[in-house]
Design a protein around this ligand. Structure first.
Ligand SMILES: C[C@](O)(CO)[C@H](O)COP(=O)(O)OP(=O)(O)OC[C@H]1O[C@@H](n2ccc(N)nc2=O)[C@H](O)[C@@H]1O
Ligand SMILES: Nc1ncnc2c1ncn2[C@@H]1O[C@H](COP(=O)(O)OP(=O)(O)OP(=O)(O)O)[C@@H](O)[C@H]1O
Length: 256
């Protein structure tokens, strides 16, 4: 018996900083799922290692993997999953590039929690799964709710569905530039710090994604763009008209 689900990428139509919270930043952002770019996560039988077994093309050790971290968090609420994952594998067909501003690791963690919630009949509600997910990464709550478009605030834990037409998004990820999220937030804090006003925030959160991109430049739409270009100057070569920057990068995207 096999269970599986798609683990989508996301882009940030806009990402503005609204304040600081310890060494994190409060954000005001529109997240949109990219329906044609996803990993596939499955629980598959025949794990003969008698321990947690994660199969997939990752750039990090198992103990640093967001899926493993999600497993450890969920096990606190449901110890029986330990025995299950000694005889079942977690297999991930990776398509989302890492360090790309596409939420790959966060999306995988959320998909693991959603799949396990169903498979083990835990009946945890979305807000409980989102609370568990928030401990693993700031973007995990967005993926837990499974909205196509959402307004995300707080440090990523406040997720409100935004109803709009389904968007067709094209993504380009420079293969040779790996953007470290923490490094880019720190550069923003040190060299580019400013906070969005309440009025501007209110206006953007009400606007359709296409209208936002027609109104704002790449620099205006994402506060992390200039810090990213400062840290990784080679990004400039990829900046083209009507292309925008997702999260902390390195990906650019276009709404078709
Ligand atoms: C840039 C975004 O991807 C936008 O969607 C998110 O804000 C970042 O989400 P993420 O990659 O899941 O971030 P995490 O892995 O939780 O945090 C990585 C590092 O980014 C910085 N960070 C992250 C999120 C946030 N709201 N403020 C921050 O300052 C912190 O230094 C943190 O140590
Ligand atoms: N399941 C996973 N899939 C991809 N990367 C993962 C995973 N678990 C941990 N990581 C690690 O997380 C780090 C960042 O990867 P991730 O893909 O989440 O960054 P990102 O694409 O920049 O996401 P974001 O949009 O949140 O910044 C890398 O070191 C990567 O190896």
């Amino acid at each position: 018996m096999q269970v599986s689900m798609k683990s989508y990428a996301k882009v940030n139509i806009f990402l503005k900083i609204a304040g600081k919270r310890d060494n994190y930043h409060e954000i005001v952002s529109r997240f949109v799922r990219v329906k044609n770019l996803y990993d596939e996560i499955s629980f598959t039988p025949n794990n003969d290692t008698n321990e947690f077994n994660l199969i997939g093309n990752f750039g990090c050790k198992v103990e640093d993997n967001s899926i493993y971290k999600a497993f450890l968090e969920l096990r606190k609420y449901c110890p029986k999953i330990d025995a299950f994952f000694r005889v079942y594998n977690i297999e991930v067909k990776k398509n989302i590039p890492e360090f790309a501003g596409l939420g790959g690791g966060s999306s995988n963690a959320a998909s693991f929690l959603i799949l396990a919630n169903k498979h083990f009949n835990l009946y945890f509600k979305k807000n409980k799964l989102a609370k568990i997910g928030a401990k693993i990464g700031a973007d995990v709550p967005f993926f837990i709710y499974e909205y196509d478009s959402a307004n995300v605030t707080g440090i990523g834990e406040i997720v409100e569905e935004f109803k709009e037409e389904s968007l067709n998004i094209e993504v380009v990820t420079p293969s040779d530039i790996k953007c470290h999220t923490g490094k880019i937030f720190n550069c923003f804090r040190d060299e580019f710090y400013k906070e969005i006003t309440k009025d501007e925030s209110k206006e953007l959160l009400l606007m359709k994604s296409k209208d936002i991109l027609n109104k704002l430049s790449i620099e205006q739409s994402n506060d992390l763009y200039m810090p990213a270009v400062t840290q990784y100057p080679a990004l400039k070569e990829y900046a083209k008209k009507n292309w925008y920057f997702s999260g902390s990068g390195s990906s650019f995207f276009k709404v078709l």
